[in-house]
Design a protein around this ligand. Structure first.
Ligand SMILES: [Zn+2]
Length: 285
């Protein structure tokens, strides 16, 4: 047998949430938004490495970009589009949907979509809520996204978690309210009666690579479904300035940063990947 096993024939969706290390919800109580301008930004250099990694592996992906980042680093937006990736929205300044009312949310996503479209000259149809903050308590957000010209959201995590999650949500893409906006939940794998995350984030950094690989294979091969995976540019940056936060937040943010780039490279080689709007085009047309 050769060293490289055959890939299965399912194409999975690769996505990146473009934000800097100080903008994550876990640091929200510790770093004020008004301090963001004073902190050393690392997202530009990290994005160069992300784009290089995708170019090396010949992978196209979807980038959910914060408006705050796009405004300050327009070259990030231009480089994403120039490399053939999909540009999408992560909202303006990482306010969770659970912290907004419908009016404020509508303003946030309208402003960000227009900003990204003006900077890039391309349409933006996808949105991901900061910290997967759409759940059973605010499904009106999916209606608001449709009204503001979005076609899909990837904002629900169908798991139980202390900070987010909607365990009763469908595990695979669905039209909200029948014919409405398409929601593409982050991937989970069914193990006995439980749904476990297999779509990236801290879980991917924490678990051994073989386990993540097995979980994605299982969804692809047993359920004949694509998975959708996500990570952040700061996850491949072990030298980022360390924050003095709670032990739990520290563990979640910093665990295995040094191994991340190698794991990602393996993941990109072991499966077929494409942009979200391409993998799920049958739902979006
Ligand atoms: Zn985010």
């Amino acid at each position: 047998m050769g060293a490289a096993a055959e890939k299965n024939n399912i194409v999975n969706a690769m996505s990146v949430d473009v934000e800097d290390y100080f903008q994550v919800s876990a640091f929200e109580d510790h770093i004020k938004r008004s301090d963001w301008n004073e902190l050393p930004c690392r997202v530009s250099a990290n994005m160069e490495r992300v784009l290089e990694l995708f170019a090396d592996k010949n992978v196209h992906a979807t980038f959910f970009v914060l408006g705050w980042i796009a405004e300050r680093y327009p070259e990030i937006v231009r480089n994403i589009v120039a490399a053939g990736h999909e540009l999408a929205s992560h909202g303006y300044d990482h306010r969770r949907v659970t912290q907004l009312d419908r009016k404020k949310f509508t303003d946030d996503v309208t402003r960000t979509k227009k900003l990204l479209e003006d900077l890039s000259g391309t349409g933006v149809s996808g949105y991901r809520a900061p910290s997967y903050s759409i759940n059973g308590s605010n499904l009106w957000a999916l209606d608001a996204l449709l009204e503001t010209g979005h076609k899909y959201s990837s904002s629900i995590y169908p798991i139980k978690h202390d900070l987010y999650g909607m365990p009763e949500a469908p595990r695979f893409p669905f039209h909200h309210n029948g014919g409405g906006l398409v929601e593409i939940p982050v991937s989970t794998v069914q193990v006995f009666a439980r749904q476990l995350p297999c779509g990236g984030g801290g879980y991917f950094r924490l678990a051994p690579y073989w386990l993540s690989k097995l979980a994605i294979q299982r969804v692809n091969e047993s359920e004949r479904q694509s998975t959708i995976f996500y990570f952040h540019p700061w996850e491949i940056d072990p030298d980022q300035p360390r924050q003095q936060v709670s032990a739990k937040a520290r563990f979640r943010h910093y665990v295995n940063l040094r191994r991340m780039q190698g794991k990602l490279a393996a993941l990109l080689s072991d499966f077929s990947w494409n942009r979200v709007d391409s993998v799920y085009r049958e739902y979006l047309n």
